[in-house]
Write a protein that binds this ligand. Structure first.
Ligand SMILES: NC(=O)c1ccc[n+]([C@@H]2O[C@H](COP(=O)([O-])OP(=O)(O)OC[C@H]3O[C@@H](n4cnc5c(N)ncnc54)[C@H](OP(=O)(O)O)[C@@H]3O)[C@@H](O)[C@H]2O)c1
Length: 434
């Protein structure tokens, strides 16, 4: 399909262009497997107590051993993973849900979305809880035991999906993402060529953003709780730190799913295409990397005591409060209401920007709340290893980069008005600091 006024050719590369996107496509899976082998019981600890020399020898021995490569694949885990994905599709199709319209696209269309991610979550939780109550915690340690096989299966699914949406984007009449139409195969496949790929009324991007990855993250955590319960002699022996991680992350996921319609005003849905970056992020990275704390606690229990438990709980609540109120202020405002009577400026484009409340304190106050929560999720693991803090560190760089991308996109969208806004609200994420 040649560029058209509606689908102009992308002339600017992000992520250091094709070489950068290829490096991320290969590097992120390698790092994710490496994270497992650097922090697991199978490998001998978190990290295993080995010298650098022994570690290098071990890595080389594994990489040159065909049996090690074969061990990354597990047919049973692959069937289970694809079954899980199919369950989510069937739940989307069969469970009732309101139909909500997204924002107006460049071609004047509005996509209709079925809102039933939260009921899918409740159904998955109900089935899991029933299974555990009936058969005990042993019945749900499958995910802990099949970790590497499931990781490979989710990577395969991410890859297949990205190839499918890339190929389908060449069908006539597609609306392409402004950033994903360079003509370079690797780059466009990674960034996502089509803005909102779909099969009939099944919107692939919004489905992936919320269901098979996010819900699986909670199921993974439940499996880690079960693993700890089996080892320690029942649920009553599961540590306070493990319950905290489960509660925090379940709450975060439930909140995202409950507020499903808020997704339709996010950058991913409005401006980004759906390619390997989001496919891998949603299906592979989020569930298997974000659950690191619970996986660590499954084989390395930490008892916090009531004071530290309360302190971490309050810290997480503080982050959640900022995250939720900031997102609610913007969502209400973008949906035409302003219940707190916040100040705003009107741009030449006609669109308005909040200049008081959370959005007057920094240009991405919601990221601040997210970062506080990320730290609160790592604190229950204690301080014996830095690896469980990987998520906070990764997330800080991720959100700084995302803020930079969004700033550039808004500068392009609003021009001088954005400059005025950044003068009024100079801090990017953390008020008075950054
Ligand atoms: N856990 C994870 O892995 C993860 C990953 C990504 C995001 N998140 C979270 O998801 C949530 C959504 O984040 P997001 O990155 O999609 O972006 P977002 O912060 O929800 O939205 C950015 C958009 O908001 C609008 N905006 C900016 N300033 C505004 C103002 N002053 N008043 C009104 N509107 C304004 C602009 O779009 P318009 O002006 O065009 O409306 C801008 O492009 C955040 O809470 C984030 O932390 C979590």
């Amino acid at each position: 399909m040649s560029p058209s006024p509606l689908n102009p050719k992308t002339t600017h590369y992000e992520f250091l262009g094709p070489a950068g996107t290829l490096a991320i496509s290969v590097g992120v899976p390698i790092l994710t497997y490496a994270q497992y082998f650097a922090c697991s019981e199978v490998a001998g600890g978190c990290p295993p107590a080995l010298s650098l020399h022994t570690t290098c020898l071990r890595v080389l021995a594994a990489l040159s051993d065909p049996e090690w490569w074969k061990s990354l694949w597990d047919t049973e885990a692959t069937i289970a993973y694809f079954g899980w994905y199919a369950f989510c599709v069937v739940a989307w199709a069969l469970l009732p849900g309101d139909i909500v319209e997204g924002t107006t696209l460049r071609d004047g269309r509005k996509i209709k979305y079925k809102i039933n991610a939260f009921s899918t979550f409740l159904l998955a939780l109900g089935i899991t809880t029933g299974l555990i109550l009936r058969n005990g915690p042993e019945a749900f340690t499958f995910i802990y035991n099949k970790w590497v096989g499931l990781l490979t299966a989710s990577l395969l699914m991410s890859f297949l999906q990205a190839c499918y949406v890339y190929a389908a984007s060449f069908r006539p009449g597609k609306l392409l993402a402004l950033g994903g139409n360079t003509g370079n195969l690797i780059y466009d496949w990674f960034i996502g060529r089509e803005l909102n790929p779909s099969i009939g009324s099944f919107d692939i991007m919004s489905f992936n953003e919320l269901r098979p990855g996010l819900i699986l993250w909670v199921l993974i955590n439940i499996s880690m709780v079960c693993e700890q319960a089996v080892r320690r002699g029942g649920f009553s022996q599961v540590t306070d730190s493990m319950w905290l991680v489960l509660a925090f992350q379940t709450w975060y996921v439930a909140d995202g799913l409950y507020n499903e319609s808020a997704l339709f005003t996010t950058m991913d849905i409005i401006t980004d295409g759906f390619g390997f970056m989001l496919s891998m992020g949603d299906l592979f990275y989020v569930p298997f990397v974000y659950s690191l704390q619970a996986r660590y606690l499954a084989f390395h229990p930490v008892v916090l005591g009531s004071l530290r438990t309360l302190g971490i709980f309050l810290f997480n609540f503080w982050g959640y409060y900022i995250f939720r109120t900031a997102n609610a202020e913007k969502n209400d405002f973008r949906n035409g209401s302003n219940p707190k009577n916040l100040k705003f400026m009107t741009t030449a484009r006609g669109s308005k920007l909040l200049t008081s409340g959370w959005w007057g304190r920094s240009r991405h106050p919601n990221y601040l709340g997210d970062l506080i929560m990320a730290l609160a999720w790592s604190l229950p693991t204690g301080f014996e290893t830095p690896i469980t803090y990987y998520y906070v560190i990764f997330f800080t760089f991720f959100l700084m980069h995302r803020q930079h991308r969004d700033d550039k996109a808004c500068q392009k969208k609003y021009g001088n008005d954005w400059d005025k806004y950044t003068k009024l609200v100079p801090y990017r994420i953390v008020p008075y600091v950054y």
